[in-house]
Structure formats: C-alpha cells, structure tokens
Design a protein around this ligand. Sequence first.
Ligand code: SIN
Length: 548
Amino acid sequence: MRIIESDILVIGSGIAGLFFASKSADSGTINIITKAAIDDGNTRLAQGGIACVNNAHDNFESHINDTLLAGAGFCNREAVELMVSLAPALIEELVNIGVKFSKENNILDLGKEGGHSHHRIVHSTDITGSVIEQALVKNVSQFKSIHTFEYFIAIKLVVHDSCCYGTLALDTQTGESVFFRSKSTVLATGGGGQAYLQTTNPLLATGDGYALAYDAGVPISDMEFVQFHPTMLHHAQAHGFLISEALRGAGAELVLPDASTFMQHYHPLGSLAPRDIVSRAMYTEMKVLGLPNLFLDARSISPKTIETHFPNINTTCLALGIDMLHHLIPVAPAAHFICGGVTTNLDGCTGLKQLYAIGEVARTGVHGANRLASNSLLEGLVFAFQTANHVKENLPYYKNSVLLPNFPVQKLPKTALEQKEIAHLRLAIQTLMWEHIGIVRCELGMKEGETALNLIGSRIQVLLKTIQLDRELIELNSIYKTAELIINAALKRTVSLGCHYIEYPNTYKNSGPPRDKNILKETVKVKELTQQIVDSEEIGNDHVIKIK
Ligand code: SIN
C-alpha cells in the first residue's frame, strides 16, 4: 500500500481545516485530504457571517451572555469567553489574507441575527462562507509545506498503542487505498446534516468525522443537540437552499399564509428568537394548520438593501419565480448544525493522543444545547487557531509510527442493484431521523427510530463485508453512525434541553403539542383566512402566494 507521509494531516478543507493549515504552515509538513474539490464543502454555503464584537455599542459580555442563553445554560463558559474574546483579532487575520467583508462608510457593516442583542455579524453580503473559503484556498496554496489531496476520503483512523498515526483513505478517482501517515491528525470534516431528510447541508455533509472517531473509540458528546434552522427555502428545486437569518435581522418576519405574524405568541424576540424556539414554533403552526411550510415576509425591506445585502438569496429566489420584494418566501425548518461532536478541550485535543478535532465535527462546549447564530464559522476559526498553537508546541514530542496497517481485503465491485440499495438505505435513514428524532421528539418515537436504524445497520454491515468500498458506501456508513450517535444520545437525555425537545415522554401522538387556548383560536382564524385567500397566485410552485 502507498504511504504518504507528513508531520500533520488535516482531514477536511472548510474554514477550520484551511485556517488551521495556514496557521501551521511553519510547524511542519502538512497534507490536507478532502473528499471532493478543495472548496466544495459546507463553509462555502454559509451566508450570514461571523459573530464578532466590533463596535463601541457592543461588548464581550453581551456576546458571551447571548451565547450562553441560546445554549440553554449548557455551554462551557470558559470556551465561550475564549471564543468571543479572540473573534476581533481573527477577523482581522481574515482581512489580512484578503477576505473582503461588507463595509458601510468604510467601517464593517454589522448584521443582526436571532438571539443576538446587538448588530455584530461581520459578513460579505450573503455569501460570506464562499468569500472566506476562496481566500483561504488561495492562502494555503502559497505554502510549500502544504499539499492538498482532493477526492480522497478517509476510511479509518490508524490507531496503535492509544495514539493516532493518520488515516487510511480511498482515492475515489482511482480506487487506490493509501495510508496517510502523520504525527498529528486533525479532524476538520464538518457536520452531518445529511442524516436528515430535510437539511440545509450539502450532499457531502455525511458525518464522516463522527464515524471515524466513533470507530476508533474516541469520546463523542452532546449529539442529541441537532439544530434545525427555521428558514430553508421550501421549493422542490431549491435543494436545501438557506434563507439566511440575516434577512430577519434586516426586518423580514415569519408569517402564516395570510401574512399575519405569529412568533410574538412564542417569544418576546418574535422572529428573531433563538433558532430552537423559532423552529419549534414553526413546527407547531405547520402541524396545526396542516401546512408543509410557512412564509418569510421580506416585503418591508427596501429594494436597495435586498440588492446590496442579499444578492445571492434574491437571485436564487427569482430563478425559482419568487420575487421577494412582492411575494412571501416559502420556508420550513431543516437540520442545519450538530452542536455536539468529538469531545475536545480548548486546544482541540480529543480523547486520543495525537488526534485533534476542529469546526463542526468538534464539541468544544461553546454551543451547549443550541448554537447561537453565526457562532459556527467563529468556532471554526478560534479552535483552529488554538489547535495550531498546540500542535506547534507538541509536534516535536509526538511519536512517529513504523506501522503498516492492514487494509480491508479486496471485495467484489457493487452491482447496479447494490448501488440502488445504498441510495435507498441512505434515504431510509434520513426519513426515520426526520420523523423520529427531529424537531419534536418523544420516547416511543425515538425507540421506534432506533429499532428501524438497527435493521438498516445490519444490512450496511453485510454490504461493508461483501462489496468494494467506494464513496457512496463510506458515506452511507458515516450517516448511519451519525444517526446512531444522535439516537443513543437523545434516548439518554430524558428531559428537554435546547434543541433536544421531548414533547410526550412516553406516548406517541400526532396531534401536535399542547397549545394555549389563544393560540388555538388564532390558528383556527388563520385557517379560515387561508381558505379565503382568493387573490393567491401560483407561480410554478404550490406554496408561493402573492398577496395583493
Ligand atoms: C444563516 O445565515 O442564517 C446561518 C448562519 C448560521 O448558521 O449561524
């Protein structure tokens, strides 16, 4: 088997992996492996921006408190303080490597998002992730010490004597198996939204890092806290496109089909309440009204603001026949972010020597039971920075391996039928997770989900033993392991906390959560009104209503 050696191995090429690599370029040789093109990941899709205290009206304590409050008191305060206090300096570093953030009158334009008491979201219009990713890719390419291997997917961490020595990986273009040997390995594989049927995550967010760590016996925690973003664009051709919370920060309101607001019944911050509360409120309204989606009303936002701040959202909506200046935007909640992950300390160290985890795959403690908006890119940056410092100091003491691990024996190529089966099993997991371990959970439902998942798992084991590994099969296994971790954690937490919301501990009801009488009266009224909307106009989409 081919061995490709480096001092440091980074698995994943989003904001955390690339920022770590650029900060570590003078610490040793670095190999980055990524299962698609280098810039093809979840970071690229991030819209809102990075939360950062950046003007005299705001202060660290406020950002810390907002984070702790959104996290339902379950965050690690020390980690939150570290993250918030490092934010301004790291934003500056991004500016220095060429990231152009939106400015007004030559100062950073700060957006507002749910759960924040101040305008503090640094952004590049509504394509912040893509702008950062491009700058980081360019920056990393300048270092001779960094080599990138695209289309290599990690299969199994190589562990010996309780130390990690890199990973086995598959070159998905040639089918060749390779041992990426290293003295320190950094998991920067992102999240696993693809464990759910409805998600804002791209197809490649399959939880690979959770699966790698799980198989190696590395501690993982808080996986029950799956965050559902309230506003995925609900349209058959939108493929999980996100409508950024920043749009609500600029004045858009969540509304029912008659354009009436409802969030005021659920939280004093209305449409800008923390995400878990907004998603649950939407779930409730959709269930009672029997609707597949609700709407975002952005018609109060000026055309100029839409043009300058939300060009990507506007273009995407227009392409689907939704003119946000005049139409309500159909939206529904979808899985967005896994708050838990591979347990780390403040230096990115995991429970396995010489293995680190950064970005969404890590559980640093900053998100607690529910992540505050725009703290995810920030977490990626801060803990990549911390980890780079730790690796630099400790690399001289890390052991090298002489080991040549066994690679799984050659098996038969998959048949067309098995190819279909893999896609079918992926969909079956996504469906059961959405229905049984979704926005609102109950014990019986979660147990039903667990039983169904176990059956699927047995079949995946057979496939793994009999057919050649390829990206689809590896990703299916990752999704399965991610789902298993979420279900196991969810079943252990018997009371509601943050994004983990248990409606009926022991029963399974489909009638929606208990509602106070006023809300019930309101929604009955709305249902009648909905039927009376005679001026509705369909524009190639069942759920677009043009209110005249
Ligand atoms: C958004 O723009 O709404 C997403 C930002 C985030 O996930 O924090």
